[in-house]
Design a protein around this ligand. Structure first.
Ligand code: LRH
Ligand code: MN
Length: 392
């Protein structure tokens, strides 16, 4: 068994400090182009989203921040919102810019052929840094829907020039302790080319910008069959892995609960993270969820997601690193794989229950949520008003 070879107190300590950022938009209504199914009790404003995120943290002890999306979370006073979050026991995490929903952005935002539209988009990105100044957030997450649908539609090289110009202006506006998380995505909503389609393009722009530009890996944004843990290993080695947008998928950008579609892939990713010793908050990597709970209750789905990341991390922490190193050094292919599979096959739920108890938490966060009556309460209280959603 792996536990014998591993310092369990260190494992417990690392699990107790694990911190996963939850996305404000996952608490709101979401769906597909076919249908957005509204759910009772869904938040009507950023305050209620933060209140729900605080419940997740109170029950898991591992979700101390909530990331915002602008303008979905637009308020008059962001400092007041951050103060409210602190009163609820959470902090404001990454600030997500949204330059993908305005009519002007049909042919692109910062890559648009029209300089007026590029100016508008760049100003929207700069405005998000003002929000970060008010909330005390470190990370500006940039995802661009920009791309084309038909060959010939626009110059892909010229669009890269426009992108680089906008990113430069944004980078130069960052405060000393702020940074960019540049997220890539293979396709959708663009279906011929996307201007930041893969980790290499993001990484290249980050190198061009400077040390406070890092790559955000959204686990749902790759071609089927992509070895994501290789991308993780590469970017960690290069010191340019800034963040994860965790979710899972069977086909495309399904945004399902992380670990639900492919728990073994999540384990392999966390194994690279633990092997590099960057699994704790001081690593500077932001571990975030980016999910849409289209048909399932949102708060328990996010609690389950946090638990899935905890379980994958615990398995990776229990892996017998010495035995793995020895097998690798000996060229023992099967031996090395067996050590890894042994860790993956380890039932870490009892250990996580103990770690939660040691933190004074209910060992069963999902059961605790069901017993809390919070779901019934918000469904009874949150009547009227406009439920939060993507507003698409
Ligand atoms: C794009 C994306 C991005 C967010 C959005 C909610 O698919 O992953 O991270 O802005 O989802
Ligand atoms: Mn994402």
């Amino acid at each position: 068994m792996t536990e014998a070879a591993t310092d369990l107190s260190a494992v417990r300590r690392d699990l107790a400090v694990q911190s996963i950022d939850t996305p404000s938009w996952a608490y709101g209504n979401s769906g597909t182009r076919f249908k957005v199914f509204a759910q009772a009790g869904v938040p009507r404003d950023p305050w209620e989203k933060i209140a729900d995120a605080a419940v997740v943290h109170r029950l898991t002890g591992a979700a101390p921040t909530v990331s915002l999306h602008i303008p979905w979370d637009r308020v008059d006073d962001y400092a007041e919102l951050a103060k409210y979050a602190a009163e609820q026991g959470v902090g404001i995490g990454a600030v997500n810019a949204n330059v993908f929903q305005d009519d002007d952005y049909k042919l692109g935002s910062v890559t648009n052929p029209d300089p007026r539209v590029r100016r508008k988009a760049t100003d929207a990105l700069l405005a998000c840094i003002d929000v970060m100044d008010a909330t005390g957030s470190r990370d500006l997450k940039l995802w661009f829907a920009d791309g084309t649908n038909y060959p010939g539609q626009d110059s892909m090289r010229a669009r890269q020039d426009r992108l680089a110009e906008a990113l430069r202006e944004v980078y130069d506006r960052l405060g000393a302790d702020q940074r960019i998380l540049l997220e890539y995505k293979l396709f959708e909503p663009a279906f011929y080319h996307t201007d930041v389609p893969d980790w290499g393009t993001s990484y290249a722009h980050c190198l061009e910008l400077g040390p406070r530009a890092t790559v955000c890996i959204d686990t749902g944004h790759h071609a089927p069959g992509t070895n994501i843990e290789f991308i993780v290993a590469f970017l960690v080695r290069a010191g340019r892995l800034g963040a994860f947008d965790f979710n899972s998928r069977f086909y495309a950008d399904d945004d399902l609960m992380v670990g639900a579609a492919d728990p073994f892939q999540l384990f392999r990713i966390m194994n690279e993270i633990v092997e590099a010793g960057v699994h704790t908050p001081d690593s500077g990597i932001a571990y975030m969820l980016d999910q849409c709970h289209n048909i399932e209750a949102k708060i328990p789905a996010i609690i389950r997601s946090v638990m899935n990341v905890q379980e994958a991390t615990a398995k990776a922490l229990l892996l017998d690193r010495d035995a793995l190193a020895a097998a690798r050094a000996a060229g023992d292919v099967l031996g090395a794989n067996e050590v890894l599979m042994d860790a993956y096959a380890t039932d870490v739920r009892p250990l996580l229950r103990e770690v939660r108890s040691e933190q004074g938490l209910d060992p069963d966060p999902l059961g605790a949520y069901r017993r809390s009556g919070h779901q019934e309460r918000i469904e009874a209280e949150r009547v009227g008003g406009t439920q939060a959603g993507w507003g698409a």
